[in-house]
Write a protein that binds this ligand. Sequence first.
Ligand code: SF4
Length: 81
Amino acid sequence: MPGKRGGSVECYARRVRAEDQEKHERNRVGLCLDCAYARRVQTERGSIFYLCELAAVNPEFRKYPALPVLICSGYAKKTGG
Ligand code: SF4
């Protein structure tokens, strides 16, 4: 099947660098990625969720926020390692 420019469509495997993976995860998750109130939860089947611990004490926050979270009044940057 020809590509948009009339040439052939080819796919090349490309090594994904650590920075690319982090950027992809940042775009997918948003602020929860490095929020002090976020807990990363991975299911046995490999699905990954971010649990917001503020939801336990404040009903304004969803336990599992819709990702990506772009604006959040509860966001607090995680400190330390
Ligand atoms: S406070 Fe906001 S940014 Fe932090 S985990 Fe909850 S939803 Fe995500």
